[in-house]
Design a protein around this ligand. Structure first.
Ligand code: SF4
Length: 375
């Protein structure tokens, strides 16, 4: 079983922190959808089998697609693949797009999981981020989606801007808990160079909070969400039982996925490939049958080992010893087992049920620990 990711590279406006690939010009939306449908035909032999367990519309803002555009993409996928009757079909959306009519359209398209980009409940912070919605629109959109029958809802929250402090973060977390949603993804604001925020921080016009304060907010989030029946199953992801993201869990478990659309990445176990991050170039190359719209990297055993360490260590399932034994050479495993002892001694990793798993103390240092365990 594999997954399909579709990148929809359009947004109403540019958030000040965002370095994903998107355009605020929606002029060539229809051509881009046609190109994605063409790419589906091109890539028909990419996945080793035709069984699909998850479909994920990400972006950008996929809720900007019309009902017809979303339908055309799904129709093609169902025509080419054997999509499981219990497939998880996620669509990322912004609160301002989720009118009652839009939600009814999404239900009729069999979208069964909504990922709503709330980011914050603070009006001032949302304005500063240049989000296209208000906090009251965010809360109303979640309630409307629930009323329309969407049970599987996740929201995104960002912490670590100059507006963040422990008191308002507690309020944010309480509001999220009160919404009775099933899943939360929450990210520490990172300052990316090619964004407005990155530019302003470089020019010293903006400040971000330090690592110590971010760690305090992270700890508060983990404790508060765990007390409210959210399972912390990946560093940035919390789900109630039976509501973990199947699509993202499959990424972290090394399953295969086909990525369609500009900037989308794909993985087939042996290589990674990524599409050109330019809408016009993507459309032009596909319409000219020019297959240079992607680049590809064959993964060495080192690459695969390090990726497995990085992604699995961030999850509740940890680094599995059986997986290491069946996928990697004895030298890598022996080096890893020597290196990991130091982390067990300083209580950042525990060995449990045949897997090396981060402790809460270790979660604060996940990326550093992973890189120390790389070969
Ligand atoms: S809506 Fe999402 S993808 Fe678009 S600019 Fe904002 S954060 Fe980035």
């Amino acid at each position: 079983m594999s997954g399909i990711y579709i990148h929809i590279p359009f947004c109403k406006q540019a958030c000040n922190y965002c370095d994903f690939h998107f355009s605020t010009s929606l002029n060539n939306k229809a051509s881009l959808v046609s190109s994605i449908i063409k790419e589906l035909d091109y890539r028909i032999n990419y996945l080793p089998d035709k069984k699909i367990e998850t479909i994920y519309f990400g972006g950008g803002t996929p809720s900007l697609l019309s009902e017809k555009e979303t339908h055309l993409i799904l129709e093609k996928i169902y025509k080419l693949y054997d999509v499981s009757s219990s497939a998880e079909i996620t669509l990322e959306c912004n609160p301002d797009d989720l009118s009652a009519t839009k939600l009814e359209e999404l239900r009729s398209l069999h979208i069964n999981r909504l990922s709503i980009g709330l980011q914050s409940f603070d009006e001032e912070e949302l304005k500063w981020m240049n989000r296209a919605h208000t906090a009251s629109e965010s809360e109303a959109s979640v309630k409307r989606a629930q009323d329309k029958g969407f049970e599987n809802i996740t929201i995104d929250l960002i912490y670590g801007s100059k507006f963040s402090n422990l008191s308002n973060w507690k309020t944010t977390l309480n509001k999220a808990i009160d919404l009775d949603i099933k899943h939360i993804s929450s990210y520490n604001l990172t300052v990316e160079e090619k964004t407005k925020l990155g530019h302003d921080v470089t020019k010293k016009k903006e400040l971000v909070i330090d690592d110590e304060k971010s760690a305090e907010l992270f700890i508060e989030m983990v404790e508060r969400l765990q007390k409210n029946n959210f399972i912390h199953y990946e560093i940035s992801n919390f789900g109630k039982e039976h509501f973990f993201s199947k699509h993202n869990s499959n990424y972290w478990k090394g399953r295969y996925y086909l990525g369609l659309g500009p900037s989308a990445h794909s993985f087939d176990g042996e290589s990674r490939q990524w599409n050109v991050a330019n809408n016009n170039s993507y459309i032009e190359k596909l319409s000219a049958n020019d297959t240079s719209y992607f680049e590809k990297e064959i993964l060495t055993e080192n690459n695969r080992f390090n990726e497995y360490i990085l992604t699995s260590l961030r999850t509740i399932w940890g680094i599995n010893i059986d997986y290491l034994n069946t996928h990697f050479n004895a030298d890598f495993i022996s080096t890893f087992k020597k290196e990991v002892i130091a982390f067990i001694k300083d209580e950042t990793i525990i060995l449990k049920d045949n897997a090396y798993i981060l402790t809460n103390k270790g979660k604060l240092l996940a990326d550093k620990i992973a890189s120390d365990l790389f070969v």
